[in-house]
Design a protein around this ligand. Sequence first.
Ligand code: HEC
Ligand code: HEC
Ligand SMILES: [Ca+2]
Ligand SMILES: [Ca+2]
Ligand SMILES: [Ca+2]
Length: 451
Amino acid sequence: MKKYIYLVLLGTFWSCSSETDDTSYTPLTDIRERELAGGATTVFSVTSFAFETPAPNLVGANLEMHLAGDAEFENTFVTAGSPTNPGLGPLFNNSNCVACHPRDGRPAFPTSLKAPSGLLYRISAGNSTSQGPLPVPGYGTQAQNQAVIGFQPEMEYTVQWSPVEERFADGTVVVLRKPVFSYRNEYAPIQQIEISPRIAPPVFGLGLLEAIPEAAILSRVDESDSDGDGISGKANYVVNPESGNLELGRFGWKANTSTLRVQTATAYHEDMGVTNELFAKDSPLDGFADDPEISPLVLKQVTLYSQTLGVPAARNLTDPKVQRGATLFNQLQCAACHTPKQETKTASISALANQTIWPYTDLLVHDMGPGLADGRADFLADGQEWKTRPLWGIGLTKVVNGHTNFLHDGRARNITEAILWHGGEGRLAKENFKKLSKTERDELLAFVNSL
Ligand code: HEC
Ligand code: HEC
Ligand SMILES: [Ca+2]
Ligand SMILES: [Ca+2]
Ligand SMILES: [Ca+2]
């Protein structure tokens, strides 16, 4: 059990927190560097294309492969036997990558959990810290709620909402919505099941996160909280199904996948039922005769595509309101998990190597309290732990995807709600946030929206 320290309050700061004069913040000195959120991969777009543009420093064969991967990312798969893109299912969640990752961003919380959507359930019957989630017999580790004709979906997803009230120090009330997920119409009896509902995250900038040296990530681990700030941070180690090795997890909401190649191969296999080099059988059923259903080249192209989407530049950083928000972001302890700056070193794609980047994540998992818990352990990440979400590009979600639904299951309807859901190691940051005046909250939001 972790103990949280709530008393480390920033006395001097709070005594003047009602003022927002020019002495209450430290002006940003590194504006040009911060603007280049993805280093040389930064894209200067504030339109709905902001997440779907190749890194501008990508050239030659890599750029060609990216463009081929782009087309594959949008290909809709259909039932086996079709001349184009056969192999969908028999069980699946959706029929193409972009349906779940719209414009390489994220979907809103779905209006129907029955229709194909960008929300899926990871499932398990227990967990082994060295082998990962244990499959639910007959179901595996993901519940497919769609099936091709002649097959039955594994289950239907359902959700009910319950209200959770939060009150700011100034009296303002926010009513959060807490989703309670369950299933029905399961195709076979289930003894034990843990369910982790997850929504598709944005997919830009990911090759940069893959190229951050492991040692740099591990340097922020503080599992026993030796510096006493109430924040620990843990690295997740997960099996790479191709090599069988345990590797540092970087992708997925619980850092449950180590490489973009594995993430891509798993997406084809589990999300769409499309077999490939890594996963040769349509699980849990026997494979069809035409396995694998995509070639090794397609897997390579789509993997490279997900590694090389450019990162949108930060905006409005010279605005004093945004700069005051940046100071608050540090004072509230947001930056203790949302690590502003990282560096990449070696990368097989030279465009990604040696870049100074501003992802606002430590890539570690943190206990976020019972409110966000899924109760489903995933390797070393327990049922309350989640990976710190990168915040780069978050302010463009509305313009790219037309909504502001955040967090692992899309429950938050805006950034304020996302912060108010922080508990566990994030509880102190949330409590500090609730003490802010309206003006200060707007400044913090202006900063987060500038990313
Ligand atoms: C049914 C919806 C769905 C489909 C289809 C889908 N994804 Fe995803 N994707 C998700 C979800 C949900 C996650 C988060 C998974 C997790 O936390 O374990 C994810 C995560 C990812 C990530 C990791 C992002 C990160 O920041 O950690 C990548 C990369 C990715 N998907 C690529 C793809 C590709 C490539 C395809 C097509 C081959 C694809 N996805 C198809 C829903 C989908
Ligand atoms: C203890 C670590 C920690 C601290 C401190 C923290 N966060 Fe987070 N933050 C996370 C994690 C982990 C998630 C993902 C949680 C989830 O999806 O369930 C997250 C998610 C978010 C999201 C939603 C991102 C998305 O893409 O869905 C926002 C916005 C956010 N944090 C802002 C903040 C702000 C602002 C602060 C300071 C007031 C803060 N966070 C403090 C760990 C932290
Ligand atoms: Ca198939
Ligand atoms: Ca399954
Ligand atoms: Ca600490």
